[in-house]
Design a protein around this ligand. Structure first.
Ligand code: SAM
Length: 198
């Protein structure tokens, strides 16, 4: 089918294509940015689960040439920019020192849009998503600067309240539970947004 002619593409998918972003997920980060001002010019940003690259593209626009975006994913990304570093890796095998070597002073922002391949088994998907979210929190403990922002995706489910508590203990002030407008209605994803304690 010719590009731009997919009758099933929804509003956000079409908009992302028109605006040159790799995926509709960009609007989730954009909405969070408009609400919470997570990213600033010059920031060093770690983008976990970055493929196909829309969040990294957006983050690069905000941080500008003085900033840095480090993206990690199992799948490749096509994005290239002088201040973008991509690691095609599994986050469970990636050591914090490898990331620290790229940003010795730490990151101002850590994003995780990581998601397991969904199977339809809600409980199983929830647990797999939780493992990814916990890994993002572990990396944030190692690499996020005091006062730095995090935004971590998780699929809701029975263990969510426990995870939320862990995040609340790590964060300063209130942890926001954010469900973007562009999240598909059938999805159980939510994002935890907060700031590391000073
Ligand atoms: N934020 C991305 C964007 O805007 O283009 C979309 C991310 S997509 C919803 C979720 C990503 O998490 C997938 O690309 C998947 O490969 C990645 N992922 C899942 N498990 C992972 C793991 N163990 N290590 C690294 N990436 C993982």
């Amino acid at each position: 089918m010719a590009k731009g002619k997919n009758p099933w593409a929804d509003h956000y998918t079409r908009k992302a294509r028109e605006e040159g972003f790799a995926a509709r997920s960009v609007y989730k980060l954009r909405e969070a940015q408009e609400k919470y001002r997570l990213l600033r010019p010059g920031d060093r940003v770690l983008d976990l689960g970055c493929a196909p690259g829309a969040w990294s593209q957006y983050a690069l626009r905000i941080v500008g040439p003085r900033g840095l975006v480090v993206g990690v994913d199992l799948s490749p990304v096509k994005l290239s920019a002088p201040n973008f570093v991509f690691l095609q890796r599994d986050v469970f095998e990636l050591r914090p020192e490898e990331l620290r070597a790229l940003a010795p002073e730490g990151f101002q922002v850590i994003l995780s849009d990581m998601a397991p391949k969904t199977t339809g088994d809600r409980s199983g998907d929830h647990f797999r998503s939780l493992a990814l979210a916990r890994r993002a929190l572990e990396l944030a403990r190692e690499l996020l600067l005091p006062g730095g922002y995090f935004m971590i995706k998780v699929f809701e489910g029975e263990r969510f309240p426990l995870f939320r508590k862990e995040v609340e203990e790590y964060a300063q002030q209130k942890v926001r539970i954010f469900r973007p407008k562009s999240t598909r209605s059938r999805s159980r994803e939510i994002f935890l947004i907060g700031q590391r304690k000073n």
